[in-house]
Structure formats: C-alpha cells, structure tokens
Design a binder for this molecule. Structure first.
Ligand code: HAM
Length: 410
C-alpha cells in the first residue's frame, strides 16, 4: 500500500514554489520598507494560549485545533494562527523595552481541522504582520496601505478591501444586546451551532457560513450605529487617512471576523476569483490582547495573508526561460560538459548538465521541458576542434563558438 499525505495537507510542488518565492520576496521587500522586522516563532504552543486569545466560543477553538498531550501530559496545540504566538513572544521577550513601537512579520504553516476544499486546507501557510504599541488610526490605515503595496508588488490584482469597526469594550455590549434581541426573533432559521452559542457570543452568527444564517442575519442591525464617540472618531480617521493614501475600500458592517480578540477596525481583502474561500488577507486592531495575556496595556494592529490563496491568484504560465542545458553526446564529452557548466554557473547563470543517455533528440526534448533558453551541445567533432555548438532553444538556430566566445554570448 502506498502511503499518501494526510487529508487537507498538501505538497507545494516545484511548479508552485516559484510563485511562493515571489510572494514571500514581495512581502519581505514591502514590509521592510515599512520598517517591519522578521520574527520566527514555534509551531507548537500551550493550548491555553489559543483558548485565551482566539476565544473559547470560536469555531477555531471549539472544533478546529490540533491539540494533543505530550509525554508529560501537557496539553499542546499546533498553532492555528500567528497573532497569539507573536503576542506571547512579545511579552515573554520584553520586546516593548527594545523598540517602543514594535513591528514584526512572520511566515509559516498554520493548522486548522477544517473541511478541505479549494483554498482551504488543514495545513496552510500564512504571512503575518503585527504592530505593537500604536493606538493611532493612522497606524491602521498605513498598515492597510502596506498590505495593498504587498499585493501590488506580488502581482495580485482585482481585490477589494472591506473594512468595519467592532467598537470597544464600552460600546460593544450595547450592540451585543441589540443583536441578541434581533437574533432571538430568528432562532428558527439559525443553524444549531449559532443557536447554541447565541447567548455566549451572538456576534458569531454574523460570521457563520451556513446559508440559513447568512439569510437570517441579512437585516441584522449594523454595529456601526452602536459605536461610542471615541470609536466613531477612530473609524472616521481610518477612512480619511485611507482616502489620503489612495487606498480604496468598501464598508461591510457585517464583517465580525472569526477570532474574538478584535476591537475597532477589522478588515478583509477579498477576491471574486477564489470561490467560497475568497478572503486572501485579513486582520484588524486588538488593543486588549497583550494585557489579557499578561503583558502591559499595548494597543495593536495586524493582519495575515494565506499563501495558498495568494498563489491561486497568480498565473504560472509565463515562467522565464533562463536555463542553459549542457548536452554531452559522447562519453568523452562528459568531462568537458562538467567544466563548462561550472564556468557558466560562475557567471551567475542557471545551468544543468544532461549526463544520462546518448540520444541528442531525447536530450533536447528534455531541455525544452526544463524551459532551457540555450543548449550547449558537445560531441566528438566539438571536442576535436575545441569548440561548442550553441543552440537557441526558442529560435531553433545553432552556432559554434570557442569557449571564450561562448561564455561571452551566454
Ligand atoms: P484569519 O482570518 O483566521 O486571521 O486568517 C488569515 C488568512 O489566512 C485568511 O484570510 C486566509 O487567507 C488564510 N486562511 C485561514 N484559514 C485557512 C485555511 N484553512 N486554508 C487556507 N488558508 C487559510 C488570522 O489568522 C489572524 N491571526 C490575522 C491577524 C493578524 N489579525 C491580526 N493580526
């Protein structure tokens, strides 16, 4: 029996990794321009970290975590997201004393036991960015500008930024009551899960993907109408700054996000090319999480993007032909092939030698599949005359060169 990968866990194959590298490169370039620094975090954390941050009544904590007991019976969890680990690391390493405003980014795999489908996996990769220590609405807008610049640089087009405000601990309870009253009139239409947690966490119903819940909450009261004066001013400033910075947005008052730590600004960048899993990048403000996890009062803002979804939005057809393939067609040519390959690589050019087999036609077919730009053919004649036959793989033309000329041409 063949051993296969686990359901929802997928290999990222060489034909995809080129795009992944491009996306990561764009993120690194953009984030460093905004003075972010990289942090590398563990993949496993104590289960309590996620329970306390993401929220006990969220889908992630209720049914999606990979949780297990280690050999000492301690409950550990494969991280379902990166914000909580980043906050834990920020507190534990006293990063606030090193940099008053700490801007961090991270890459890596996350794990959620969800139903796999296109753009939704059980192991998926995120690129995340977090700002610690700024309460300014301008930080929200500038970080959204950064997200937009990152997507542009990566070549991801036609996305829409949706924004909302979830208020704060002063005004959210009022909205919670208003929403709860509304939802109680709809309990027949809501899914079992939403009915069960209606009293503990009514906002979850607005994030539920069940079609009945989406329909039932269509006319739900808007959270934006319950904002207190401070939250309202904050949201107005975010919108104003986004306009000043030329970042287009739409308001979506139903967007509550799937994690409980958010307050004030939340946002999602969506694409209509992804089907049901249409959010490529998302996040928001979380001003009380650092304190809730035992740190100082530290306002924060951040986001994460899903690599698989970003990669789905990039087409992989226009791969560059930038390879030179050396084709020795007799035994004696093998050594000459290795030496010239070494010299071409020293010029910083990608080079591969087709050592196996003797059939020139087959070797050229393979070179073409590898997307070779050039093939350097070395046979008995070339050895005797101390020359190289260079074939332009796109045009199909061939010419002979001395070694010096060949290196110059390549
Ligand atoms: P999230 O919305 O749960 O937020 O995930 C962020 C992004 O990760 C999603 O928009 C999506 O692109 C990707 N993603 C999530 N689940 C999956 C999955 N099962 N398969 C493939 N891609 C997925 C967070 O994780 C927050 N930590 C974001 C944040 C950072 N908020 C503040 N700072």
């Amino acid at each position: 029996m063949k051993i296969t990968a686990i359901r929802g866990f997928k290999d990222i194959l060489p034909k995809e990794t080129l795009q992944w590298q491009k996306i990561e490169e764009s993120a690194k370039n953009t984030f460093s321009r905004f003075a972010f620094k990289e942090i590398k975090l563990p993949i496993i954390e104590k289960t309590s970290l996620f329970k306390r941050s993401i929220g006990e009544t969220t889908d992630i904590v209720e049914k999606e975590m990979y949780t297990f007991l280690d050999r000492k019976e301690e409950s550990l969890t494969l991280r379902p997201e990166g914000t909580a680990p980043c906050v834990r690391a920020y507190i534990e390493n006293n990063l606030n004393t090193e940099y008053p405003v700490t801007k961090l980014y991270y890459f890596g795999p996350m794990f959620r036991y969800e139903r796999p489908q296109k753009g939704r996996y059980r192991q998926f990769y995120q690129i995340g960015a977090e700002v610690f220590g700024s309460a300014s609405a301008r930080t929200d807008a500038e970080t959204l500008l950064m997200a937009q610049e990152f997507l542009n640089e990566a070549g991801i087009k036609n996305t829409v930024l949706n924004i909302n405000s979830l208020g704060c601990k002063n005004c959210r309870p009022t909205y919670r009551e208003t929403l709860l009253k509304f939802l109680k009139t709809k309990t027949d239409e809501l899914c079992e899960n939403c009915v069960r947690r209606i009293d503990d966490n009514p906002l979850r119903a607005l994030d539920c993907k069940a079609s009945t819940c989406i329909e039932a909450t269509e006319d739900a009261p808007s959270i934006l109408e319950s904002l207190c004066a401070d939250c309202d001013t904050h949201f107005e400033e975010v919108k104003k700054t986004l306009k000043t910075l030329d970042v287009d947005y739409e308001i979506n008052h139903r967007m509550v996000r799937g994690l409980d730590y958010y307050n004030r600004t939340t946002f999602e960048v969506v694409s209509d090319k992804l089907g049901a899993q249409n959010t490529v990048l998302a996040g928001g403000r979380y001003d009380s999480l650092v304190k809730d996890l035992g740190g100082m009062d530290t306002p924060c803002f951040g986001f994460a993007a899903g690599m698989e979804r970003l990669a789905l939005l990039l087409d992989n057809d226009n791969q560059e032909r930038d390879l030179t393939v050396i084709i020795p067609i007799c035994e004696e040519a093998q050594e000459k092939a290795s030496i010239i390959a070494k010299k071409i690589r020293e010029l910083g050019k990608k080079t591969h030698v087709e050592y196996d087999g003797k059939n020139l036609k087959k070797k050229l077919t393979r070179a073409n599949k590898l997307l070779a730009r050039n093939a350097v053919i070395i046979g008995e004649d070339e050895i005797e005359k101390n020359i190289f036959l260079l074939r332009d793989m796109e045009k199909g033309t061939q010419e002979t060169y001395t070694e010096k000329e060949l290196l110059k041409v390549i």
